[in-house]
Design a protein around this ligand. Structure first.
Ligand code: IMP
Length: 196
């Protein structure tokens, strides 16, 4: 059993990542489990930079098996915004409801609603760094659909589906999502390396 630490305070993320990796022989402790309550300042220029800022923070505390993710919603008509600023799009309070209202406002006269979620995953395995990425394309709804999930989920309709991540089950989200895809790549890597 490998003990990983996950550089996140977001309980939704922690649960998603635990579900997606539940078939691996690993245990994942979150920052709350470790009683680490510091806010890690995510001031990188890219999602990848921010994922590594979070992973490196734990590495400097002495951990050697670490998972960190950073996710952004990239909207085509906004040239990839809010992207790396997705959490603070409507201000430093990082409120999902305010972010959604601002994004719907920015797209109010816009027919091109294409967008993607992108996750950068930064992983330390026995002190060695590995990067993975996952993308899901979709469209931004005209208004919230459902209340499930978290963050921008209620306004993101993934390709191949008629409704938002706010309505789709966590099983479906985890199978097709940005984070699910990045973690599948991580899982494939871990399995092939553990077998050696
Ligand atoms: P971070 O990766 O925790 O920095 O998240 C950046 C922003 O994207 C925050 O506003 C999150 O709520 C949002 N976000 C991250 N992952 C997801 C997701 O899976 N669905 C919807 N919103 C997300």
């Amino acid at each position: 059993m490998i003990e990983f630490v996950l550089a996140s305070h977001n309980q939704h993320k922690v649960e998603e990542i635990r579900e997606i990796t539940s078939d691996l022989n690993i245990n994942i402790s979150s920052l709350s489990d470790l009683d680490i309550h510091d806010e890690i300042i995510e001031d990188g220029a890219t999602l990848d930079d921010n994922a590594w800022i979070k992973a490196d923070y734990l590495y400097k505390l002495g951990y050697k098996y670490i998972i960190a993710d950073d996710t952004g919603l990239e909207v085509d008509a906004l040239n990839g915004a809010p992207g790396v600023y997705s959490a603070r799009y409507a201000g430093p309070a990082k409120e999902s409801e305010a972010n959604i209202i601002k994004l719907l406002g920015a797209l109010s006269n816009c027919d091109n609603r294409n967008a993607q979620f992108r996750t950068a995953l930064a992983v330390y395995i026995d002190s060695v760094k590995h990067s993975f990425e996952g993308i899901i394309r979709g469209t931004i709804a005209k208004a919230k659909i459902g209340e499930g999930g978290f963050g921008y989920d209620p306004i993101f309709i993934p390709e191949g589906h008629e409704t938002s991540f706010g309505v789709l089950s966590s099983d479906i989200k985890n199978e097709i999502s940005h984070r699910g895809r990045a973690l599948q790549a991580f899982k494939a890597f871990l399995l092939s390396n553990l077998e050696k």
